[in-house]
Design a protein around this ligand. Structure first.
Ligand code: SF4
Ligand code: SF4
Length: 84
């Protein structure tokens, strides 16, 4: 096969004041682990996928990113080293 994977992974990006949360819906199975762990109630499940409902409340603890078993969510912000 010579198909070139030119398309980027489809992502849903939420951004506010230097903070960015990226979700890859195709990877998310709606298990709610991130929703349960988030200390700031930033995340919800909508239509069986994670949804960033209150990005302004995120404290960049990275629990959602670290504990997601499917690498479906990534948090970038001022406090995260190596990323901006
Ligand atoms: S933990 Fe990962 S797979 Fe589970 S709902 Fe959250 S983003 Fe989706
Ligand atoms: S980084 Fe922490 S506060 Fe922000 S959405 Fe993820 S679990 Fe919630």
């Amino acid at each position: 096969m010579s198909t070139v994977q030119a398309r980027k992974e489809e992502t849903v990006v939420s951004e506010k004041e230097g903070r960015k949360i990226t979700v890859i819906p195709r990877y998310c199975k709606g298990c709610e682990i991130c929703v349960a762990l988030c200390p700031k109630s930033v995340l919800e499940i909508r239509e069986f996928k994670v949804y960033v409902a209150r990005i302004e409340d995120c404290n960049e603890c990275l629990l959602c990113e670290i504990r997601c078993p499917d690498f479906a969510i990534e948090v970038e912000g001022k406090g995260k080293k190596g990323k901006s």
